[in-house]
Write a protein that binds this ligand. Structure first.
Ligand SMILES: Nc1ncnc2c1ncn2[C@@H]1O[C@H](COP(=O)(O)OP(=O)(O)O)[C@@H](O)[C@H]1O
Ligand SMILES: [Mg+2]
Length: 310
């Protein structure tokens, strides 16, 4: 999939995904060793996006199984396409004078099966796809067990149809927001990556790469604001995606620096629950936040200047 770590690094950067040294190497190893990647961390810290970035970097397709409470095997694996089976029987009624067992067998082939993402992922021929099982913490243990067969044997058994064996082994990425603890058998099969909210430096890199703002001063302040907000024990601290939204909003408004008097305007972008909103509405709330964001920004800019001098 990737010939070297350097190639992977360049390609991920080209698709505007920022990785640290460890993540880069673990992704490379997982690709080489055909190991699934299990990524855990809070929402919005780049788990799903990494899977998409790997797919784009490898110039391959991504199959996504979006998990949710109550998901059925049908949704993941697929099901027989009954209307198509009926249509086939009607159309070829004349020719189908064969035995019932032969007809039944004929109807239970992949040709009459509407494939779900798990089956599709196993059927890529020339080039492996990326199989993203997103938010796997939302499903229960029995569903997790279904995945084990795929991850250990690269095959899947389907009633009436038989066993679908992988034509090529997909690169599997499992993401979890940790609403439920995943079982050990699943963990054992994977390489484990733990994502946290980014440091100020990393968030500035992401903002620079993903937002239209090229001002390191403004990006520094937005990243500083994120850092300050995340240190506040909010009910819903802002994710990277929300900071990117803020960057875009500031760009639209032509704002170069966040200041106290923008509180009412920016609150709907930063505080997403009533309790968080009330906290930021306290007299010293937003002012303190803006002061902190400037401090983080200035610290970053000083460090950057001194590095440039060296
Ligand atoms: N390391 C990163 N490099 C570039 N963009 C990132 C990175 N991490 C997060 N993002 C941005 O944050 C957004 C949200 O990330 P996402 O993968 O959806 O979070 P998660 O799946 O962890 O909840 C992405 O769409 C992307 O714009
Ligand atoms: Mg996600």
């Amino acid at each position: 999939m990737f010939s070297s770590v350097t190639e992977l690094a360049e390609r991920l950067y080209a698709v505007r995904y920022i990785v640290d040294h460890v993540t880069l190497h673990v992704v490379f190893l997982a690709a080489q060793m055909r190991k699934p990647l299990l990524i855990e961390g809070p929402p919005g810290c780049g788990k799903t996006e990494l899977a998409y970035a790997i797919a784009e970097a490898a110039d391959t397709t991504l199959e996504r199984l979006q998990c949710f409470a109550g998901i059925t095997e049908e949704k993941a694996i697929g099901k027989f396409d009954e209307p198509l089976q009926k249509l086939f029987l009607e159309t070829y009624a004349e020719d189908l004078k064969t035995e019932w067992s032969v007809i039944r067998e004929r109807l239970h082939t992949l040709e009459f099966f509407a494939e779900g993402p798990l089956v599709r992922a196993l059927r890529y021929q020339d080039r492996s796809c990326i199989l993203l099982v997103d938010e796997i913490d939302k499903v229960d243990h029995s569903f997790e067990a279904l995945l084990l067969e795929i991850l250990s044997a690269w095959q899947i058994s389907i009633p009436k149809l038989g066993t679908v064996i992988a034509k090529s082994v997909p690169f599997v990425v499992l993401s979890s927001n940790e609403e439920r603890r995943l079982g050990d058998p699943l963990r054992r099969r994977c390489f484990y990556l733990r994502f946290e909210n980014p440091t100020v430096e990393r968030e500035i890199e992401i903002l620079t790469l993903r937002s239209r703002s090229r001002s390191s001063k403004l990006n520094g302040q937005i990243a500083g604001l994120a850092r300050a907000l995340r240190g506040w024990n909010l009910e819903k601290p802002p994710s990277i995606a929300e900071m990117l939204d803020l960057a875009q909003a500031l760009e639209i408004l032509g704002v170069q620096e966040v200041s106290d008097d923008q509180r009412d305007l920016l609150l709907p972008l930063l505080a997403k629950t009533d309790a968080d909103r009330k906290r930021l509405l306290l007299r010293s709330g937003f002012e303190g936040l803006v002061a902190d964001s400037k401090r983080y920004r200035d610290r970053f800019m000083r460090r950057e200047r001194s590095e440039n001098v060296l």
